[in-house]
Design a protein around this ligand. Structure first.
Ligand code: SDX
Length: 446
């Protein structure tokens, strides 16, 4: 069946229906029966449109606020099994990539579908490394922000501004143009993030050092002061690389849905990435790692955790860093982050907030309120502790999420663009507002 052609209507009691991959639907309003094909354990919402009471009806739709049970696309990039706590990029388990890969290699995998050969990785690394500089005018743009501007607000603006420097990015169906914008975005996001951070400190910008690794150069642009050559601490460099791997993609999350939705209008990728970054900024999404640290600071001590949990169970507060739309088990990334935390603490000293975090986790894993709702630590629960120990201010935490997720957003955007079934995203609605009514002159209004 062609993807857009609705299934046929069957009126007979087709006894073979039970043996076919179809859903037999009876509309009790009319007695009509329909047989709707099932593919990938899914029915096409458009196949419901044929279900009508009167011939001039619009036809049936599905209603799914927040898309809790709606597939918006077919994808081959990331697989998650929320019940089993499984996460794979292009079939490779996150645990193996975190142990054996690097962020740039993982970004290549996510974008191209296969692990790179040595020559491919060298070429990929060369091009990204040579696209870390940003146009000097972007500095003037960043300088226009107040000293206390949130870096996420600065990054959203700066990446959108990049679209004005690269008009060729509008040529989204040209593969070589997409490739160049991909190098530019992955290369420049860390630079803009570091420049935004330095602006908030009133410090001069530290330029990229092409001899350093991707995470090492990011640390260089953030923390270099008077030394001629910045030497990143290898433990922190590797910790950041693994954290970037863990945050590279996560199938159809809120920000990726924004990337796909905005990108479906065929706007340039910089503008779409700005929209995705804005979605990530929210405290329920990428802003959660900042919200977790503020929560731990608000709790203040281990013996005050039970009091806070009481407010959570009363529905007055959320236990930030817990819960997930898909994971109804421990987020596999959170397990790895927790291990990294202790490696960073060995270098930077133990973060005292870890004890409060561990007590929150201990209580949540035992308390029926959380167990019943399957609320487990997610990727954001421990990352803030690491970032704080590494010297990042809380406002930089969501930025540290946006940088690695850029490769996932681009991969998902590209998959959407090349999917023949996709078109401009334009959902329907159930209208329950007023029927038609006449304009009321001002002096007749109550
Ligand atoms: C990320 O989608 C992704 O993949 C995202 C992400 C990625 O890599 O892109 O994994 C990154 O965004 C991780 C999530 C970070 N956000 C937080 O840690 C914020 C706190 N978490 C919650 O806001 C919440 O768990 C969500 C937003 C993550 C998921 O929300 P859902 O799936 O819409 O669940 P829900 O709000 O319907 O909650 C179901 C129940 C509700 O209770 P009842 O109304 O049934 O009584 O669980 C409760 C919620 O109140 N609940 C929580 C809770 N999360 C859900 N109660 C207390 N604390 C929480 N954290």
């Amino acid at each position: 069946m062609s993807p857009t052609k609705p299934a046929s209507v069957t009126t007979s009691n087709d006894t073979n229906a039970a043996r076919r991959d179809t859903l037999s639907i009876t509309d009790n309003r009319t007695g009509k029966q329909y047989e709707v094909p099932i593919q990938h354990d899914t029915i096409r919402a458009l196949d419901l449109r044929q279900i009508k009471v009167n011939d001039d009806d619009f036809g049936m739709m599905s209603y799914d606020p927040a898309f809790t049970n709606t597939a918006s696309c077919i994808s081959r990039i990331t697989f998650i099994d929320g019940d089993k706590g499984i996460l794979r990029y292009r079939g490779y388990p996150i645990e193996e990539l975190a142990e054996k890969s690097t962020y740039l290699e993982t970004a290549y995998l996510i974008l191209h579908g296969e692990l790179p050969t040595r020559a491919q990785l060298d070429d990929w690394t060369y091009h990204i490394t040579h696209h870390t500089f940003i146009h000097e005018s972007i500095k003037k743009f960043l300088d226009g922000f107040h000293y206390d501007a949130h870096p996420m607000g600065m990054i959203i603006s700066a990446v959108a501004a990049l679209s004005t420097f690269y008009p060729d990015a509008k040529d989204i169906f040209d593969e070589s143009s997409r490739q160049k914008q991909t190098w530019r975005l992955i290369g420049k996001m860390p630079t803009m993030a570091a420049f935004a951070y330095r602006h908030t400190l009133g410090m001069p910008y530290a330029y990229p050092d092409n001899e350093l690794s991707y995470p090492g150069n990011f640390l260089n642009m953030l923390f270099r002061t008077t030394e001629l050559k910045y030497r990143p601490n290898p433990t922190l460099e590797r910790a950041l690389d693994v954290l970037f791997i863990l945050h590279a993609d996560h199938e159809q999350n809120c920000s990726t849905s924004a990337m796909r939705g905005v990108g479906s209008s065929q706007v340039d990728p910089y503008s779409a990435i700005a929209a995705a970054t804005a979605a990530l900024y929210g405290p329920l999404h990428g802003g959660a790692n900042e919200a977790v640290l503020r929560m731990l600071l608000e709790i203040g001590s281990v013996n005050r955790v039970p009091e806070y949990v009481k407010h959570v169970k009363a529905g007055e507060k959320k236990l930030m860093g817990f819960g997930h739309r898909v994971y109804k088990n421990y987020d596999p990334r959170a397990k790895i982050v927790k291990r990294i935390a202790y490696e960073v603490f060995d270098v930077m000293g133990r973060n005292p907030l870890i004890d409060i975090a561990l007590e929150c986790e201990r209580i949540a894993l035992e308390d029926d309120y959380f167990v019943k709702r399957k609320l487990y630590p997610n990727v954001d629960f421990y990352t803030g502790l690491i970032y704080q120990s590494m010297g990042f201010p809380m406002t930089m935490f969501p930025v540290l999420f946006a940088i690695p997720r850029t490769s996932g957003w681009i991969a998902q955007w590209q998959e959407m663009l090349l999917d023949p079934e996709q078109k401009i995203a334009r959902p329907r609605q159930i209208y329950l507002g007023y029927e038609t009514r006449s304009y009321i002159p001002m002096d007749h209004r109550s």
